[in-house]
Every structure is written in C-alpha cells, then in structure tokens.
Ligand binder design. Structure first.
Ligand code: 13P
Ligand code: SF4
Length: 361
C-alpha cells in the first residue's frame, strides 16, 4: 500500500466551490491593537489565570488580540472551538468550547451561533461543517492538515472494500470528508474500542492509524485490519526516552496518547485520548507527570493543576501550530477561510460521524 502522496493532501483539503448554507459576509475594520494602560487593567484578571504558562513579556503582544477577538465574536455571533493542542493564549483566552476530537464534534452538533471558528486542523473544521451545513465554518489557516488525514484516500477505502468484502470500515475522525463518506462509521481515540465492538462481528477495518489500531486490538477480541498511517507527532516518541524518565525519577507518572506506538504505550501508566489524559491528571493529581503527546497539552493542563509538576517531552504538531491569535482575528474580520464540503459526499460523511455520536454506551 502506498503512503503519503501529494494527491492525498489535495484530496483531503479540496472541496467543491458550492457555497451551500453560507451567507455573504461584509469585512469589518481591523481593530486597533494597542496595549494601553486601560487595556492592561481590563485584561489583568485573565492574565492572572494564565501567568504560569504565558511569560509576562509576551502578554502585551497577546492581550490586544485577545480583546479584539472576544469583541468580534459577539459582533459576528461566532463561537471558537479549540482543540486541546492549541496554545494557552488561544485555549484559555479565546476558546469558547475546548476539548478532544470527540468533544469538539459533539459540541459542533449543538452549537448555537451563526459562525464557528475552528481552532484545530482541517478535518475538524470539515466535521463541524458536516454537522452544521447551514452555518459558516471558518478555519484561520486552510493549510492546517494532519499526517493521518493525508495518509489515506477515498479510492484506498474502495480498494480495501474489494480486498475485504463485507468487513465494516471504521475510520478515525482524523480523515477527510471524502474518506468518511466511504466509511461505515467514524471513531476517535476515546471511543474506538466501543465503535469497533458495536458491529458484533469478528473482523473490522480500523483506518488509517496503525498504532491506534494496534493499541485497540489489545483491548478487544475483534480482529483489526490496519493501515500504515501515523501521526507525525506521536510516532516520534520512543520507549527508551520514557524509560530514561523513570530511571531519573522512579516516582514519575507517564501517560501516553494511543496514537503512540504500542511499545511506547507499554511503558506508560495510563493511555487515553487528550480529554482522558486531562481527566486522569485532574483526578489522580500526580506529583510529577510526563504527558506523552503534543507540547501545548501540558501547558493547558498546568493552568488548572498548579500543584502538579509537568515534564515536557515536547513534540510540536506543525499543523495545529498554524493557528495563531493573528489569523483568528483576521478570520473574524475578513470571514476566511470558509470551509465547504462537496454536497456529493457530505450526506454519507455526515452519516458516518452521526453514527459515532449517536452510539449508545
Ligand atoms: P484526541 O483529541 O481525540 O485525543 O486526538 C488527538 C489528535 O491528534 C487530534 O489531532
Ligand atoms: Fe494530526 Fe498528529 Fe497533528 Fe493530531 S497531532 S493533527 S493526529 S499530525
């Protein structure tokens, strides 16, 4: 099976020019972005909350953007959905709804606003559009992709169906709408085992994350057929580096995301989605913890857990990091980049996401 061609990237982020459900929006004036003494006073309570993770030297630059974004959200009747991997000034200061992929998909289905600004990557914005065809969905940088979403195409799924006739196809939400449209149901890292077992059959394809699929396979009797997609952030962790943390501090707690290779998950004390990792830290309150996932997670969790010491083995997601306060503000001023999904695939893709959301416990 081939992996990672340019065509995959194009398919993942190209949609038809059909403008279903969107309105003609007028651009607004770009707000003044001055850090005046008055603004400093007004924003001081917010800075108090994030001062442990945002250096004071950066705040005068961030504060005018945060102020302007929060004002424009009201003007546009917009909400900001921010993934757990967004930087703290986005996650804590402008995000209205924050969470893991499953939480964001569920909230996207319930949101009461004219506009959703997706601070995350493109597949997340597409999922929001699928669930809100009448709303305007914006992503501040259209190039925010994902190595997993780029690893598989709709044509690949059709070929797999020929190769494994009758075997259900579960695709990770980290896929394009075109791939979702070829799937029976979606899953995220927090519900993958439940989704795989929901068919009541002995064989299921779980695509495209090979490591997530292998990690799930160890928790179920269902035989899992995998694909060679990997998250470029999580595949870089090694068991050796984690064992070194244990050697240096035997009392340290290690928690890992299931997109990590299974031999990395083996070294961890707990593995779960980004939301499950956050809950684990909040509940167990370890003295010292290594969060084996994207860098910004530890910063975001540290804000609400001042007594926990976070060791940060930092692997950045370059796609998540394309989103900044500057381009969020521009997206609200100019109403860009608007996300569309080709109506020819939207219905089937929506069904795959809704089946996942509606799955009973
Ligand atoms: P979750 O937030 O669902 O754990 O997924 C992690 C991820 O890699 C999203 O891009
Ligand atoms: Fe994709 Fe990995 Fe980045 Fe998540 S962290 S968006 S899975 S590349």
């Amino acid at each position: 099976m081939a992996y990672g061609s340019e065509i995959r990237t194009d398919e993942a982020r190209t949609s038809s020019p059909v403008n279903a459900g969107s309105r003609a929006w007028k651009p607004l004036d770009m707000p003044e972005l001055e850090y005046t003494p008055g603004l400093a006073r007004e924003m001081a309570p917010l800075y108090e909350k994030v001062k442990h993770v945002i250096p004071s030297i950066e705040w005068p630059f961030f504060a005018p953007y945060i102020h302007a974004i929060n004002r424009l959200k009201k003007e546009r009747n917009a909400v900001i959905l921010a993934h757990n991997y967004q930087t703290p000034e986005i996650f804590h200061c402008v995000g209205d709804i924050v969470g893991d992929s499953l939480q964001l998909a569920k909230e996207a289905a319930r949101v009461d606003a004219d506009v959703i600004v997706q601070c995350g990557v493109h597949f997340m914005a597409e999922t929001s559009k699928l669930l809100n065809p009448e709303k305007t969905i914006l992503i501040p940088d259209n190039r925010a992709g994902c190595s997993l979403a780029d690893s598989i195409t709709a044509a690949d799924i059709r070929l797999l169906r020929q190769q494994y006739p009758g075997v259900p196809v579960v695709t990770y939400v980290n896929t394009s709408a075109a791939v979702k449209a070829e799937s029976d149901i979606c899953c995220t890292s927090s519900n993958a085992v439940k989704v795989v077992e929901s068919f009541g059959v002995d064989r299921v394809m779980c695509l495209p994350d090979e490591y997530l699929a292998q990690n799930i396979a160890r928790q179920t009797d269902v035989k899992i057929i995998t694909w060679k997609g990997h998250c470029e952030v999580h595949e870089r962790f090694t068991p050796e580096e984690l064992m070194q943390y244990r050697k240096d501090d035997p009392g340290i707690v290690i928690i890992a995301h299931p997109e990590c290779p299974p031999d990395v998950v083996d070294v961890a004390d707990f593995s779960g989605s980004t939301a499950a990792m956050i809950d684990w830290v909040k509940t167990k309150k370890p003295r010292r913890v290594v969060m084996v996932t994207e860098c910004s997670m530890s910063d975001n969790v540290a804000v609400e857990n001042p007594d926990v010491e976070f060791v940060r083995p930092c692997n950045l997601c370059p796609h998540m990091k394309r989103i900044s306060l500057k381009n969020i503000l521009e997206s609200l001023v100019y109403m860009r980049e608007e996300v569309h999904v080709d109506p020819a695939i939207a219905g089937r893709a929506r069904q795959a996401v809704e089946r996942m959301i509606n799955l009973k416990n």
